[in-house]
Design a protein around this ligand. Structure first.
Ligand SMILES: [Zn+2]
Length: 99
């Protein structure tokens, strides 16, 4: 029982990690919601209190610039056995589809 809880916790952690680095979006095939989020650069500008140099450096780790690459809203479903994201999930209508 505890093993199962640990496994699910690890899985959840991994899913959140994937959401953080995700930078390709598009639209939900079911409800059509736009998955584009805030600019990654803007997020770091806030985090570093407007220090542009620091924000740009952190954004660059995600392949982002001042004007390009946004966070995405769709949820990556991670397969522990295959060690990869196999499916996506829409946070709005909860529709799940293959990658
Ligand atoms: Zn949807």
């Amino acid at each position: 029982m505890n093993d199962e809880v640990d496994r699910l916790r690890a899985q959840k952690k991994q899913i959140y990690k994937e959401i953080d680095v995700m930078n390709e979006h598009g639209y939900c095939p079911n409800c059509g919601i736009n998955f584009d989020g805030d600019l990654i650069f803007d997020t770091f500008m806030e985090r570093y209190d407007g220090d542009e140099e620091k924000a740009l450096e952190s954004a660059s780790y995600y392949g982002a610039t001042k004007t390009k690459v946004r966070w995405g809203h769709k949820i990556a479903l991670y397969d522990m056995e295959k060690d990869m994201t196999t499916r996506w999930k829409c946070p709005d209508c909860e529709y799940v589809w293959d990658r």
